[in-house]
Design a binder for this molecule. Sequence first.
Ligand code: KG4
Ligand code: ZN
Length: 383
Amino acid sequence: MADEPLVLGIETSCDETGVGIVRGHTLLADAVASSVDEHARFGGVVPEVASRAHLEAMVPTIQRALKDAGIAASDLDGIAVTAGPGLAGALLVGVSAAKAYAYALGKPLYGVNHLASHICVDQLEHGALPEPTMALLVSGGHSSLLLAPDITADVRPLGSTIDDAAGEAFDKVARVLNLGFPGGPVIDRYAREGDPDAIRFPRGLTGSRDPIYDFSFSGLKTAVARWIEAKRAAGEEVPVADVAASFQEAVVDVLTRKAVRACKDNGVDHLMIGGGVAANSRLRAMAQRRCEDAGITLRVPRPKLCTDNGAMVAALGAEMVARNRPASSWDLSADSSLPVTEPHVPGTDHDHGDGHDHGHGHSHGHAHDHDHFHELSKDNLYS
Ligand code: KG4
Ligand code: ZN
């Protein structure tokens, strides 16, 4: 236990300032400050508002996480941070903070991929990920089926959405129903009171000639909007719970069907589901049933670990340390469109040029030379 890597992770890709601390696969702290209320009246995340909120929340959230974990920053083996994908300005706040802490403390820095973090977080719940891991990743910005032989180095997309992400569809349908933002949790709640078979909404890309592992939710979203418009035009009341349940059923049906198919086709006997939409109660229930029927073991983290948080970043960082992956260089920058195939951003000068072994178990001396400091402070911290 005590020799497992102790890592702090920082997440600022969207509207959650997350700071998590893990030791190997053990969660020690999961502090999250959300600016969601500040965006609600705009019906979506406003990037500048999010960046400012991250800046204000960063230091207090780091302090809260350290206190919750009962450790000192000097105890850490490394600092991990979401380098992308996400909102550029928001990511920059996290990357700058991580660099500053790592540099000041003399710890290795690990720039990691937000999407791989959504998968790796399950190690905190269910232990080491099987290899390869089959993952259904469903968030506000992404919907993909991924096969990951090694979550720190090798993530292969099998298919993804060709238009809207699953979470985006939830958010847009909620807006049409005037249910506020974000839409996922509120649709999930309304759907519990509704009939999932009340309206038969289309299941995108499920025809025999359609790509097997790709998704499409834009047509569904439009169909729901048209259905609601027609009701309103006819002066009839919109049955919100039935619409929510029927829409949700269409999304969840397609997601689980394709995910189980991907497992079967690839001979994988388990399925991991990650990302904010994995918090959806109907998705969890249907995936459980369909996986059981197919002899597949389902792994879904508890809802709080599905939506954005810092613990997931720390979990992937700890795996990087455990596998002796190279630390990121000080010129690490935020990459708003970092591809899912890059779980890790080592940077251009892998070994920091300072002769340090940045793998787990290195001594924590503060021996970066002056040139590095100059380089960091002058050009890179704010680039
Ligand atoms: O992973 P996440 O927290 O942020 C991104 O990386 O995008 O995912 C946010 C998305 C939002 O679209 C939100 O509506 C959706 O996850 N979401 C849900 C639920 N909770 C959050 N969707 C369906 N059901 C939920 N219970
Ligand atoms: Zn996310």
